[in-house]
Design a binder for this molecule. Sequence first.
Ligand SMILES: N[C@@H](CCC(=O)N[C@@H](CS)C(=O)NCC(=O)O)C(=O)O
Length: 125
Amino acid sequence: MSFVRWILGRLILLFNALFAPKRTRRTPELQAKLDQATQHYRLYQYPACPFCVKVRRALRRHNLNVALVDAKQDPHRSELQNQGGRLMVPCLRIDEAGTSRWLYESSDIIAFLQQQLPQHELAAK
Ligand SMILES: N[C@@H](CCC(=O)N[C@@H](CS)C(=O)NCC(=O)O)C(=O)O
């Protein structure tokens, strides 16, 4: 069973690499502004998890530079479990005003990230 899961994981990674979405292009000033906001975010994920791939594809499509951490490795694994409250990926850690917010659910993470985009880009989607 774990072998089948491993094969499926490799297939997901292969298709993801073959059909990678095109990155949104924006001015350096606008990109720098977004990079400033996203430097406070960190995505806890597993490389071959389909829900994580979904979020990583959205990050790429929207050209958002968010640090990725492998939640299988410590200290990330225990941070996610103890501070986030659940060992489930993907989870977006949002560090703001001295506190961390832990956002689970791939669709909610993508919706949150889209809210950070400039209005004109959202209108074009
Ligand atoms: N509905 C969730 C599903 C996420 C999910 O099932 N992730 C798996 C890895 S592929 C997981 O972390 N499972 C552990 C658990 O559910 O406790 C989403 O869309 O993000």
